[in-house]
Every structure is written in C-alpha cells, then in structure tokens.
Design a binder for this molecule. Structure first.
Ligand code: KIV
Length: 305
C-alpha cells in the first residue's frame, strides 16, 4: 500500500469529539509564534491555544488584562501560518466579549482575519449567553472556568485555587454545565482541586482540558514557556520538560566569547570569492596581494584604496 499523498488538513471540532469519544487524552499547548507553532504541529499536538498568557510570558505585562485584540490577532496569524494540522484556538482578550455583538464581531476577526478555527472565552454561567450566540453563528467555542486570569482583579488579585468549599464547588459545576449546554466543544478547567475537576469531567459530554486541575480531566493544557523552562518562575502545576532558559543563556555566553576571541565566524560560516576578481575590483596586481590575504573572521581595509 502506498503512503497517502493527501495534503495535511486541520483538525475540526468533530475530530476532537471523535478522539475524546475514543478515550484519547488530549494534549493542548499554548503557542504564540511561527517557529514554535511549526515545531508543536510537527510533534502532533492537536490543539494550539494562542493564549492571552501571551501578555505575561511573551510581552512582559504584569497581567493578561493589558492584552489587546491587535496583539492577539498578530500572534494568532503567526501560529496559523506555522501549523498545518492543529486546531488553532484564539483566546479572546479582556472586555472583547462583554456583549453578544462585541463577541460576534471579535470572534469573527479571529476566524476571518487571523485564520483561527475556534475561540476561547472565560466564564461559566456569566458567559453562557455569549457562547450560545457564537456557537449559533457557527463559531466553535472553548469555555474556561475555575481560575480565570482576566477576572483576576475582581477575584481578589492573587492567583488562587478555586472550588475548595462547598458553595464554590457547586457553582463551578453549574458553570461547567452552563458552558456545555451553551454549545462549547470543550472547556478549560484551571486551578481547582483534582477531585472536583474529575467530578466535573464525569458529568460532562464534552472534553475538559485541565491546567492545575489534576489528572482526571479529558486533556491537559500547559503554557509553552513553562513546559520548556523558559519562564522566570515555574508554577506549581507545571512540569518543565526542558531547560531552555539555561540552554539559551549558555549559547549566548558561548557566542559572545567566540566573537570576543575572533573565533566566530569561522571557515564554515564564511563566504570567500576568487582573489583575482577582487584584485580586479580593487585595481591591484597579484603581487600587491601578498600579505593581504583575508584572515577568517575579518575583512582588512585595502591599503591601496
Ligand atoms: O492564556 C492561556 O494561556 C490560558 C491557558 C492557561 C488555558 O488561558
């Protein structure tokens, strides 16, 4: 049997539902740029979230509240260009989905201008009406409940596990059901006790994607800089699978040392030309060339010029 020559195609909501139905655990990662999206897509990650965590981990803002539509669209376009198979989910920034009209307009921009296949919005019961309107308009929506960073200021300012007491646990369950009934194709559960996330997962027909919510979710999501060891701190729920901050620092120091020592560029990184052609260009004879051979790593000024 010959290998398929079909061009790669994007995963759809139906593909995600099928994988979930088949009992596959779904890995999702954030991505914000072209080379990372290419690498994650090649690694077979099915869901790429252009998270508004962009604001903190890539742009250096103190919270996600500062992130704008312009920034999100810019990065979503890069992730879409870099990937061929993954479903790209654009995270709708703070105050861009407060009303149905705003939500439809801004979600439409993620799909039409940036090429995303879905959007994510925060909030359970409070966002259900907006989710329903978007789904009716044909926009695949991922929900997000538990710790919802855009509401950080209203939630006491400090990152905190949600749902530890009875009333919070009940309202998170109600949130999850509201998001499902509104038509979301999946839901992120962020920072909640593992038993609660498992109980929510068991009660839903759509996949739950956990972050700091224990192993009982249908899938997991991590912020790519946490996964790669590139951030300036490691959240408790994250496991760095690489130490890129150390690797990049070592590479930068080695490069600087080579430049200082004249060891970069070397032969392998240097282009040379026919000496006779240069003699012609400089109007000098071959004999003038003696001693003027170009040392690797430096281009001497010609003494005849
Ligand atoms: O913005 C983000 O990265 C997120 C994930 C943590 C789910 O919302």
């Amino acid at each position: 049997m010959s290998a398929s020559t079909d061009p790669p195609r994007r995963l759809t909501v139906a593909d995600i539902a099928k994988r979930y139905g088949d009992g596959e655990r779904l890995p999702m990662l954030t991505a914000y740029d072209y080379p990372t999206a290419q690498t994650l897509d090649e690694a077979g990650i099915p869901l790429l979230l252009v998270g508004d965590s962009l604001g903190q981990v890539l742009l250096g803002y103190e919270s996600t509240v500062r992130v704008t539509m312009t920034e999100m669209l810019h990065h979503t376009k890069a992730v879409v260009r870099g990937s061929q198979r993954a479903m790209v989910i654009g995270d709708m920034p703070f105050l861009t989905y407060s009303t149905v009209d705003e939500a439809l307009e801004n979600a439409g921009r993620f799909l039409q201008e940036a090429g995303a296949q879905a959007v994510k919005i925060e909030g359970g019961v409070r966002s259900a009406r907006v989710i329903e309107a978007m789904v009716k308009a044909g926009i695949p929506v991922q929900g997000h409940i538990g710790w919802t960073p855009q509401a950080q200021l209203g939630m006491g300012g400090k990152v905190k596990v949600q749902g530890k007491d009875r009333s919070q646990a009940r309202s998170l369950l109600a949130d999850a059901l509201a998001v499902q009934e509104a038509g979301a194709f999946s839901i992120v559960l962020e920072l909640m006790p593992a038993q609660l996330a498992t109980a929510i997962t068991e009660r839903l027909r759509i996949p739950t994607i956990g972050i700091g919510a224990g192993p009982g979710c249908s899938g997991q999501v991590q912020v790519i800089t946490d996964l790669l060891g590139l951030g300036d701190f490691v959240p408790r729920h994250a496991r760095p699978y690489a130490q890129l901050r150390t690797t990049i620092g070592e590479a930068a120091r080695a490069y600087a040392a080579d430049v200082a020592a004249g060891a970069f560029p070397g032969d392998a990184e240097t282009v040379r030309m026919d000496d006779a052609v240069l003699d012609e260009a400089l109007g000098r004879g071959e004999s003038d060339r003696a001693g003027a051979s170009i040392p690797v790593g430096g281009i001497p000024l010609d003494r005849d010029l």
